[in-house]
Design a protein around this ligand. Structure first.
Ligand code: AMP
Length: 215
């Protein structure tokens, strides 16, 4: 089963992705994380990628295509995939479908987890990431014992540059513009599942699992 999970920043998409990956044993493709690790590496494109990330702008499609291909190609396709943060925009969506077709696969579901823009900003402004181990906390919904120290490894907790209010607004605008087209297309193709993301984590998960099998 191949699933694309879409949702505005702060929708809890990562949490739901983890639950689905565990339940169905899927390969997890988290594009934001892949790009951030490239930005911090000695890869020849690191500096360029970092500039896009820090501004909250999308990394150009040509580059994302190469990375996606490279990543997907290395995985066991029979296990299926959960795509998170990818595709963003119709061009990436069509490209992903072509890529999967080459492996005799298709997109089975596009799960859209929706929350309001106000809720997005509220949740993201409170997000803190550990500089050392990458653990993510939320000062409101999942607070660390000390707001500046990671509970897991004692590393320093910081706010990602793209979690600052101006960058969040920009990311939300981009998300809305680019995602609308994917949602419309997925609806036409009969693979869209719309899920209310402003509920408890387990309720949302149950709802997704129930609906994944109704075709
Ligand atoms: P995320 O962790 O999903 O919020 O992504 C963080 C940042 O990574 C985004 O603001 C973009 O700059 C970049 N990014 C993630 N996924 C993509 C993608 N599919 N295409 C282009 N840029 C991306």
């Amino acid at each position: 089963m191949n699933i694309i999970l879409l949702g505005p920043q702060g929708s809890g998409k990562g949490t739901q992705a983890d639950l689905l990956v565990q339940k169905y044993g899927l390969n997890y493709v988290e594009m934001g994380k892949i790009l951030r690790s490239i930005a911090e590496s000695d890869n020849q494109h690191a500096k360029t990628v970092k500039e896009y990330l820090n501004k909250g702008d999308l990394v150009p499609d040509e580059f994302v295509r190469l990375i996606a291909w490279d990543h997907i190609n290395k995985q066991d396709k029979e296990k299926g995939f959960l795509f998170d943060g990818y595709p963003r925009g119709l061009a990436q969506y069509d490209h992903l479908k072509d890529m999967l077709m080459k492996f005799g696969k298709k997109i089975d579901w596009v799960v859209y987890l929706y929350i309001s823009p106000e809720e997005s900003i509220r949740r993201l402004s409170a997000r803190r990431t550990c500089e050392k181990c990458g653990e993510i906390f939320n000062l409101v919904t999942n607070p660390p014992k000390n707001p500046e120290v990671c509970d897991k490894c004692g590393g320093k907790l910081t706010q990602r540059e793209d979690d600052q209010p101006e960058a969040i607004k920009r990311r939300l605008e981009l998300f809305g513009e680019r995602t609308k087209q994917i949602l419309e297309k997925a609806k036409q193709e009969g693979v869209l599942l719309e899920i209310d993301g402003e509920r408890a984590i387990d309720k949302i998960h149950e709802d997704i699992v129930d609906k994944l099998w109704i075709k």
